[in-house]
Design a protein. Structure first.
Length: 397
């Protein structure tokens, strides 16, 4: 079986399910799997990476593996809990979680484990240095320009150097996984070995599906955390540009975050409160309904590993108009399932699609067709196949 564009071959396992892989790992003495991640699904700042981790861990747990998910502490959440069949341990701040988790693994404070999944989100866990068990690393995207928005001055430079120059040499012999060929190309560009980097596409939940009626007015929906990297301020500016050509345009913003007050002030400055609506966090069913009613989903993000909200909307038959960045190139096929544009042209691209019913309908049909090929079952299977390969390889060697 080939996973990603340049995966590894396991020809005798072409038809294996997640349960098959789990059973064979258990047969090799690997039942307890620890997953290290910066945040978990119940964290107020959770996003696509946390959804991704939950989707594969819940399936692995259902298949019989004992999963422990180690993350940083989250406001309002217990230090230890159980969710979707796996254990969650939350200790340490956004920064101290890294040394604390490593020490915890070395001292077995979280219990023994047989294999490790490292989720590298900007700051690596350096598992090749201290872990001697079968392991894989999942890296959603290279942060690149995000560092300038996450950290001040010199610290941003250090973060960039850590990600692109200091850490990669430690991972030369590590099986690296990414959600897309675009991110895979980014990893190769900073020195990762081609034969060890595998693309396993993200999935889309079955909860997202077509239904209901489209809004009678041109409705644009954008979903995400109101953080600098998401550039909701630039999306608002783009919507203002589009509004000049599409007088009835409505923009609904879903989410919250540190930029909320700034965004509210920006909308007030444009006297746009009558057509730009802040919805805050919405329930899952309401989110599905929003995608179904929207004419398009939009994003002005600076960097993404995939662009999960765009494929969620696609599963509801709603095309995307988004910035032309690596992550969006994975979730949107430009000109087929949506439109990608440089940031200065985003407003005009939004207007173009809203004003062209025939093109928008074609994009919607293609977006839905592609979304149906993206399942979390397949994604979780691809990841466990990679870990299984490491387990078998360790036993052989």
């Amino acid at each position: 079986m080939w996973i990603g564009s340049l995966g590894y071959r396991m020809s005798t396992q072409d038809a294996w399910s997640i349960e098959d892989y789990a059973a064979d790992m258990i047969g090799h003495g690997v039942r307890r799997v620890h997953t290290l991640a910066w945040r978990d699904l119940d964290d107020p700042d959770a996003g696509g990476s946390e959804v991704h981790a939950d989707e594969f861990m819940r399936r692995w747990a259902a298949a019989g593996l004992d999963i422990t998910h180690r993350t940083s502490a989250a406001h309002g959440q217990l230090a230890e809990s159980r969710r979707h069949g796996y254990n969650v341990i939350r200790r340490g701040s956004r920064y101290t979680v890294f040394p604390r988790a490593i020490v915890g693994e070395l001292t077995r404070r979280m219990g023994p484990y047989d294999a490790l999944v490292e989720i590298w989100n900007g700051v690596p866990w350096f598992s090749p240095v201290w872990c001697r068990r079968p392991r894989i690393t999942f890296l959603h995207h290279v942060h690149g320009p995000m560092w300038d928005q996450i950290l001040p001055g010199p610290l941003a430079g250090f973060g960039r150097a850590l990600e692109t120059r200091l850490a990669p040499p430690f991972y030369r012999r590590t099986r690296m996984l990414t959600p897309s060929d675009a991110t895979r190309d980014e990893l190769l560009a900073i020195g990762f070995r081609p034969e060890r980097v595998t693309a396993v596409p993200n999935g889309v939940s079955d909860d997202f599906h077509p239904g209901g009626d489209r809004s009678p007015l041109p409705l644009v929906v954008a979903v995400g955390r109101f953080a600098p990297v998401k550039r909701f301020d630039q999306l608002i500016e783009a919507a203002v540009v589009a509004k000049r050509r599409v007088p009835d345009l409505q923009l609904h913003l879903v989410g919250s975050g540190p930029m909320q007050a700034e965004l509210v002030a920006l909308v007030a400055g444009h006297v746009a409160g009558g057509w730009i609506t802040f919805l805050g966090h919405v329930e899952h069913r309401q989110l599905v309904a929003l995608y179904q009613r929207a004419w398009i989903v939009a994003s002005a993000s600076l960097a993404e590993g995939w662009g999960l909200t765009l494929t969620e909307a696609a599963a509801c038959g709603t095309p995307a108009v988004a910035t032309d960045i690596n992550g969006h190139r994975s979730s949107v096929v430009d000109g087929v399932t949506g439109v990608l544009a440089p940031l200065p042209r985003l407003g005009d691209a939004i207007a173009d699609v809203l004003l062209d019913d025939a093109t928008r309908d074609q994009l919607a049909v293609a977006a839905l067709a592609r979304a149906k090929t993206l399942t979390w079952e397949s994604s979780a299977r691809g990841i466990i196949a990679a870990l299984h390969h490491q387990v078998v390889r360790r036993q052989v060697t």
